[in-house]
Design a protein. Sequence first.
Length: 103
Amino acid sequence: MSGKLYVARSTAIAARSLGDETMVMSATDSTLFTLNEVATAIWKAADGATPLQEIVANKICMEYDVAPEAALKDAEELVAKLAEHGLLLLSDQPIPRAKVVAA
């Protein structure tokens, strides 16, 4: 993926952290997702102002032994899947904070 990708949590969700995991439910279709420890780190950092590449470099690569390229590829696939279900908003520009809900 070229350029910066910004991610923000949708307002049409309900989320609850349970240890290192996060349960997220889509308010539009009641689909329930369980995010593992790595996906939870991305979820919590999805503030709409921080590019995904920076989230991966500062949160994932610093915490886990993973190559930046591989981590970014996996993160891009994850956020695309969550965006398909309406859980995340994706943009090539920062996403206004008014659209972000704290988890």
